[in-house]
Write a protein that binds this ligand. Structure first.
Ligand code: NOJ
Length: 720
């Protein structure tokens, strides 16, 4: 009989389990953070005793906000040597780090990458990220972060793919494939971790770590699809989220961690808690003691405890006293050991560091940045601008380096990142001037504005305004930046705003005074180069918004896949968008899927392979083919993201007015057209009921194909 890898691993796991002492068993469930020098010896002893299954290669509760220092490969190899050679069973440790959107080469923040609508490029980016990080002792990265988010006040919106379940699912798949590849045991691959399971992006009021209220209907249709997709793509680990849902902390919830994650979604890897989350169960008010926290988390299905040592300090006694069943502990260990075998840690526990050639990585970071930036406004073809003009570049981000990299940049180096000014200087053939930003610079700013032919404003928010525990109550830019816009506008010259931001900024009162708006995000190592090349027309912008840009922060939550109310008021679509508030118009400033180009595209009516199909045929795998002709009628060769939405107008449950079901980013030379084809089938045409049952129902489906979610380019289709 053929012995498969799986059987081989299973046999080895069982052999190891049979040899392990209870202390070593619990040790496998224990993840500690990188020791400081003053507790190094104590830490080494723990490793020697088999009490450390994994190391979190950072320090502190919010690692993305603080300097972490560079990785010393010899240091980690030495710790690993102790585990392998001196601990009783010689089980290698697994080293995890937050390599979120880049290692030394920094790619755009994930929200920006989602704006590229280019999963192939995202996958490629993450394969380079894995290559760089694995060369520096990392086995495991805590990405993809796939928290659907409707609230841009939440600082962590930058880490995820935005507001849409379908974009989230595509992003999850691309990241997992890029990070893990086909064979995760390869030296240049990492284990991925889908996080934060689940619903963390719905933290009430956009306040980090807060409670969430998510119905099962929304859970299955909105919050789970990205996790389903990550699991389908083979993600090896999942991180449980800090939040509770409807009063149930995820960390201690058997419903979320076992019933849904393992039984419903079919996850087979291991679950790690978030930082200190096991002990925090007491603060969440569901446990009386650390022992309780530990028992609840383990019994719920949480395998590895990040940082707080709650398992290490309590589980031995709980097992010895018969309060926790050793079977549950063994299952958690099995989950972890299997992944250690799959990663090849037993065969290759050490990192063999080599010098990596990064030119291809930087090239891809540049491409990714170019495709992620979104042109939101371009009145009278303000952009692109001539390089030969007198250009004034003003604002707080003219000389900025660090913010361009974005939050959760642990290994990228600000000093290797070009500023916007440096990039513009090397590109212009005319003259470029700037002046200091703020109060003391107003005089020179006024004369620079006076001098210029065209004014470029480098606006935005600092990286440290975004990320974990960095929520804001207003999503705006500083008063001084608004003043600068007013002054520039008063000159009567063309004013271009380039926004270096992590999150959507409420644009009312800002964008009106700008002739052009380029949303450049925090796009990593090549932010400045990409923004500069777009301004001058060397690159044609092609990003689309993965998240709505509201007019005012008070309109949050505002997202495209809303259901219809019973009265003719509507916050997003159509003629009644103004009827929601009596004091402001709640329609989005820029809707989901929106983004301009330097060219224009004309869409034909979509045509369908058939006007109807039966549920049985759909179940048997038949698909509906939809094709649309897209013509580039402008003067630039360019890429367009063609988006396909559906709307089910009559269903058992209320369905969203639009749901993105497919997209394709295509390159169309000027004057040419392309026929873009989609196929949608059983998995696309139905939805989940609150009990997790997926259904496709009879009736009419509206199919809409266009360049953003407001498209009315519609065909009707019947499910029989
Ligand atoms: C807490 C964050 O929520 C999580 O995303 C991160 O991976 C861990 N800390 C480790 O740094």
């Amino acid at each position: 009989m053929k012995i498969t890898n799986k059987d081989y691993y299973e046999q080895n796991v069982e052999k190891l389990l049979a040899k392990m002492s209870l202390t070593e068993k619990i040790g496998q469930l224990n993840q500690l953070e990188t020791p400081k020098l003053d507790n190094l010896e104590e830490f080494k002893n723990k490793v020697r005793e088999g009490k450390v299954g994994s190391i979190l290669m950072s320090v502190g509760a919010t690692a993305g906000n603080t300097e972490q220092g560079t990785i010393d490969v010899d240091f980690y190899n030495e710790l690993q040597r102790i585990a392998v050679e001196e601990s009783p069973c010689g089980i290698p440790m697994i080293f995890g780090r937050d390599v979120i959107h880049g290692h030394r080469t920094v790619f755009p923040i994930p929200l920006a990458m989602a704006a590229s609508f280019n999963p192939e490029l995202i996958e490629k980016a993450y394969s380079f990220i894995a290559k760089e990080a694995s060369n520096e002792s990392v086995h495991w990265t805590f990405t993809p972060m796939i928290d659907l988010c409707h609230d841009p006040r939440w600082g962590r919106i930058i880490e995820g793919p935005g507001e849409d379940p379908y974009v989230g699912a595509k992003f999850a798949e691309a990241v997992v494939k890029g990070v893990q590849g086909d064979d995760v045991s390869r030296k240049d691959k990492l284990l991925a971790c889908a996080k934060h399971y689940v619903g963390y992006g719905a933290s009430e009021g956009g306040r980090d770590y807060h409670r969430t209220e998510i119905s099962d209907y929304s859970l299955f249709n909105n919050y789970l699809p990205a996790f389903r997709s990550a699991i389908k793509a083979g993600v090896k680990t999942v991180m449980s989220a800090f939040n509770d849902i409807n009063g149930q902390p995820i960390t201690s919830s058997k419903y979320y961690l076992t019933d849904i994650l393992r039984n419903h979604l079919g996850f087979e890897g291991f679950v790690v808690s978030d930082y200190d989350a096991v002990c925090q169960l007491a603060r969440q008010g569901v446990a009386e003691s650390e022992a309780d926290c530990c028992k609840m988390a383990l019994n719920a299905g949480l395998d590895m405890d990040m940082h707080d040592s709650c398992y290490m300090d309590n589980l031995i006694k709980l097992v010895e006293d018969g309060i926790v069943d050793i079977g549950a502990v063994d299952d958690a260990i099995r989950h972890i050991l299997r992944i250690k075998f799959q990663k090849g840690l037993f065969d290759n526990p050490y990192c063999q560091h080599t010098t990596i050639e990064r030119s291809e990585h930087l090239k891809t970071a540049y491409e990714m940045a170019c495709e992620s930036m979104v042109l939101l406004k371009n009145d009278n073809q303000t952009l692109p601008i001539e390089k030969s003009q007198k250009i004034a570049v003003l604002g707080p981000f003219v000389h900025e380096r660090r913010s361009l990299l974005g939050s959760w940049t642990i290994d990228g180096k600000a000093e290797e990142t070009q500023t916007f000014f440096e990039e513009l200087s090397s590109a212009v053939t005319g003259e470029l001037r700037t002046s200091p930003f703020g109060e003391f610079g107003w005089n020179t700013t006024a004369s620079t504005i006076e001098w210029a032919d065209v004014i470029v404003l480098a606006l935005g928010e600092e990286w440290s305004n975004t990320g974990e525990s960095r929520c804001v109550s207003d999503i705006t830019i500083s008063a001084a930046q608004k003043e600068l816009i007013k002054k520039a506008k008063a000159s009567g010259k063309k004013v271009i705003g380039v926004f270096f931001c992590g999150r959507p900024i409420a644009m009312q009162g800002i964008a009106e005074d700008l002739d052009a708006v380029l949303y450049a995000w925090h796009c990593g190592s090549k932010t400045a180069a990409a923004a500069c090349d777009i301004l001058f027309g060397d690159i044609v912008p092609s990003g689309k918004l993965p998240v709505t840009i509201p007019r005012l922060a008070t309109h949050i939550p505002l997202y495209y896949n809303v259901t219809s109310s019973g009265r003719p008021v509507n916050s997003y679509y159509g003629e009644h968008t103004g009827a929601c508030y009596i004091d402001s118009v709640a329609a989005p400033y820029y809707p989901f899927g929106y983004g301009l180009s330097y060219t224009e595209f004309e869409y034909s009516k979509p045509s369908l392979s058939s006007k109807q199909i039966s549920i049985t045929d759909l179940k048997n795998g038949q698909k509906v083919k939809i094709s649309v002709n897209v013509r580039n009628v402008g003067n630039y060769d360019a890429k367009e993201t063609v988006q396909l939405y559906i709307h089910d107008p009559v269903a058992t449950m209320m369905r969203p007015l639009r749901e993105l079901k497919a997209f394709k980013k295509v390159f169309i030379p000027s004057g040419q057209s392309k026929t873009v084809e989609f196929e949608i089938g059983f998995e696309d045409l139905g939805y989940y009921l609150s009990n997790g049952k997926y259904i496709v129902e009879k009736g009419v489906i509206e199919i809409l194909v266009g360049s953003d979610c407001l498209t009315n380019n519609e065909m009707l289709f019947n499910i029989l």
